[in-house]
Write a protein that binds this ligand. Sequence first.
Ligand code: ZN
Length: 507
Amino acid sequence: MKYLLSFLVLCASSTFVNAQHLTCATPPGKSEWLKAYQANPSAYKVDPNTMLYVAATNHIVGTNSGSGYFRPDFLLESFCQLNKDFLPSNIQLYMSFPINYIDSTGWFQHSTVPEGADMMNANNVPNTINSYFVSDPIGAAGYNLPHADGVAIATSATGTGDHTWTHEIGHNLSVQHTFLGWENTNYVFGSPTPTEVYYDYTLFKDTLILDTIIIDTALVEMVPRTNCAAAADGFCDTPADYLAYRWPCDSDSLSLVVQKDPNNVQFYSDGTNYMSYAFDQCQNKFTPEQTAAMRANLMSEKPGTIAPQSPVTGPVNQPTTLLFPIGGEDVQFDGTYLQWSSVPNASHYIVQINRLPTFPGSQMLVNQIVTDTFIYVTTLNNNWTFHWKVLPFNLVHTCEPFGTVETFNTTTLTTIGEASTVDQWSVTPSLCEIGKQVTVSLEHSSSLEALLSVYTLSGTKVFEEKARVEAGNTEIKMATDQWSSGMYLVTLDTENGRAIKKLVLTD
Ligand SMILES: [Zn+2]
């Protein structure tokens, strides 16, 4: 190792082709832990078959005025990709709620590592993996900071098919680039390939020492597996790779660029590895040695992040059914419920309301995560048609897509508006002690069939009665002694439509 004591300009800025092909800014630098692990992996006994559920806190950074946030539905989509990528390693991250929203223009677009470290040191939640979604993390797609123990991700480097988050969490769990040592060094085929390369990892060490530039030496990996345990990333199942820029691959996921090792053995880089710089569409795996190291790192360095058992009851793989309002129903513009059915294993839902059926971001009125099967909206304009849809998820499973889109119209509901079901109806008392009787009164000018139902907020039906409403006044009595305290929705369906009222039960 060479230590150069001085205070110099640290980095030349890189030129990036476009946002899709941004590099990861994390230079190499094996942690002391990884060096010890690779010296004797068998000392770390980790059952490869146990699923490790790892707590993950997501921080969404916006500007000082609270704009520019990474959208919650895009976060879920990216989290789905992350967990798909980690599933073969028997590692699943689970979301630690709440999502932490941070308003800071300086962190939203930061150009130096110490600024990113400040952000992490000020906001990290202990015993979780901390990820920060920002607009610009020092001009890169993302990076991992060992000394601040967090990863920063550019919101442009997210979504289905993007493995940037996977790559950075790989770093966070100790795994290094397959091309370790070549960062900031251009491989040149026409020159003899050196046996050593040098790199600066001052800003990415376990401990940040700002007034010392630390240049380390890496052995260049040979194509035959002669020095694989000592060279580059230290894993023998990741082949030689010298490409430290984002590169395209052929149909076999190999680099188009030919390289030769120090003994002039020619090779192409393997683009399938998440820790290479191949384009995202080439990548599809961690190797068994990388997986073993990440699992050992979790068990020995981050045991507090691991849940003692699965934090969820199972996968979420059914869509929701939208219950109200549907089919263009009229609702009160400045205060209406939206209700949907609960889905097995779902603990959360994301609800979107949009002006257009294609749900463009510019026309999004509501894009909200809730734990109920129901929201109350007060912010919609009058005399508009809206489209809405719901996606169910839980802390681990966020891959179920949005369900069917339904529509409703906002209006001013008067007594005439209520005539969409009956002329008048009431629920009394609307705030009721458990055990007392609730009376639903229906008043209509002619006779008609009605269906009265009561739902919990999680969508479970607790009461249903068909009634023949006679001209004049009809009463339906409901016993509440078997119900628990909380809010209920009383729905009334007739040939004219549906109306909903609130009922609250108290102990
Ligand atoms: Zn990286």
